[in-house]
Design a protein around this ligand. Structure first.
Ligand SMILES: [Mg+2]
Length: 237
């Protein structure tokens, strides 16, 4: 009886999720953005779309993250676009992305008993386009793009976490945050006494990252949706 009591935790009231690399794979957004840029360059310059796309992907796959379009433009002098134009196109395109298999059904079942929220960093329009493409507006009670509060309230600020709890009418200790990035996702929840779970998917951008100290560490790591569902049973979910 004692063991069972220790294993089961208090009943949760709200389940909060990150967006990128938690509900869908960010690499799919990257590919979708490269396709949009490649298609634009082809239509405007007659340069083969596949060639552009393949080159952008190979720059990305080489490990470059911040300056991909700079590299591309520097290589191909016949391209007459500014980096900003291509970055804007990438950030504002309507993405072709899909939810991680099985997660929609799981979210719908959770939504019958729990308040559901999303807390995500990123540019407002980019994140809104992803949320629309994934059909998440009707599933979640609250969606908070931290940029809407201001740049200083991006994770690891605690403010978005306390804000969404207020909006959902729950206290942070009755919520859990499910996310993927130990550099920023779990520090806020830890400071507020909110539980957390790291969904560590092999195809995720931060799969190999480790938290720099205990303050940044999730309560638990899970490696698949099935694994996550089993761990959520601890909360009577
Ligand atoms: Mg993420």
């Amino acid at each position: 009886m004692i063991i069972l009591y220790l294993w089961m935790k208090e009943k949760l009231k709200a389940i909060l999720f990150d967006l990128d690399d938690t509900l869908y794979l960010e690499k799919d957004f990257v590919k979708s953005g490269f396709k949009a840029v490649a298609s634009f360059i082809q239509n405007d310059n007659g340069i083969n779309e596949e060639v552009v796309y393949d080159r952008l992907c190979s720059i990305f796959n080489s490990g470059e993250r911040k300056n991909i379009f700079d590299y591309y433009i520097n290589e191909f002098e016949e391209i007459n676009y500014s980096i900003n134009e291509l970055v804007n196109l990438y950030r504002t395109h309507s993405p072709n992305i899909k939810l991680i298999p099985g997660i929609k059904e799981y979210l719908l079942s959770l939504s019958k008993e729990y308040k559901l929220g999303i807390i995500t960093d990123g540019y407002i329009q980019t994140q809104k386009n992803k949320i629309n493409a994934l059909g998440l507006n009707n599933i979640f009670d609250q969606i908070l793009i931290t940029e809407e509060l201001g740049r200083k309230f991006w994770k690891p600020s605690i403010v978005p976490f306390s804000t969404i709890c207020d909006k959902l009418g729950v206290i942070p200790t009755d919520a859990i945050y499910i996310a993927d990035n130990p550099k920023k996702d779990f520090k806020g929840p830890n400071q507020l006494g909110m539980d957390s779970m790291r969904l560590r998917l092999r195809d995720g951008e931060h799969y190999r990252s480790e938290p720099s100290n205990k303050g940044f560490a999730p309560a638990i790591d899970v490696y698949s949706l099935d694994n996550l569902k089993i761990e959520m049973n601890r909360y009577n979910v």
